[in-house]
Ligand binder design. Structure first.
Ligand SMILES: N[C@@H](CCC(=O)N[C@@H](CS)C(=O)NCC(=O)O)C(=O)O
Length: 228
């Protein structure tokens, strides 16, 4: 969103979990990333951030001027944050629980203060914390994978209805594209996503997204993705 607005920024990468302590010490209003300092304000949470960026530089707008359309975009943005991202995050950490070696590929271009090999070698406590924080159980993840087709149908419907995928992209486009791009790092899921309008939107708005996780799931879990 910052690049899209043409706002210069400095990015600081933080190890997950460690990020919580750092954000607390830096007096951000929450302990999640992304967090942003802009115009002297500290902002936490991607939906707070989209509003703050829009206030700092209104053009091109991240929300439609029409109030009814704005509500639609805000609803889609919230869904992308609460449903899509949380689901994809659970699927992601469940895959990493099975094999953490692919974590290294996610550190391409990141500067976290330790060599990537060492970060991955010492990641076990971070993975354990993520599994706990995010409620990553096999049952939850099986349900998330079963729900994914419905999520993609919903996104494609928004694209067809003009809520998403218009020019200029809105805050919901960015929220949902980022969640989809994380899902597309998983070889288990990517084929079901990339051929759809949702996948094309994600690749267009977020062309570069590091990380790749080879297929790890029991094939019966993936059945809901295959059947029409
Ligand atoms: N889309 C969410 C993402 C926030 C979020 O849950 N961030 C995660 C990382 S993607 C986080 O900081 N979790 C705490 C942790 O990993 O310790 C937002 O509103 O900003």
């Amino acid at each position: 969103m910052l690049e899209h607005k043409g706002i210069d920024f400095r990015r600081i990468d933080l190890m997950p979990v460690v990020s919580r302590g750092v954000l607390k010490v830096m007096r951000f209003p929450g302990v999640t990333i992304p967090s942003l300092r802009i115009d002297g304000r500290r902002v936490t949470g991607s939906r707070e951030i989209s509003k703050a960026i829009d206030a700092a530089k209104p053009d091109p707008p991240l929300f439609p001027a029409d109030p009814a359309q704005r509500v639609q975009v805000e609803d889609a943005e919230r869904w992308g944050d609460e449903v899509l991202q949380n689901g994809v995050r659970r699927i992601f950490w469940n895959a990493i629980k099975r094999d953490r070696a692919p974590l290294r590929s996610f550190l391409d271009g990141a500067r976290i203060g330790v060599p990537p090999g060492m970060a991955v070698a010492t990641a076990a406590p971070i993975i354990a914390a993520e599994l706990r924080i995010n409620g990553v159980t096999d049952e939850a993840v099986e349900a998330d994978i079963a729900a994914l087709r419905g999520w993609l149908d919903r996104i494609d419907g928004w694209i067809e209805g003009g809520v998403l995928g218009e020019d200029p992209p809105n805050a919901a486009d960015f929220q949902i594209a980022a969640g989809l791009r994380l899902a597309m790092t998983l070889d288990d899921l990517r084929p079901a996503i990339e051929e759809r309008p949702a996948g094309a939107l994600a690749l267009r708005l977020v062309p570069n997204f590091p990380g790749r996780v080879p297929a790890v799931r029991p094939s019966e879990w993936l059945e809901p993705l295959r059947t029409a």
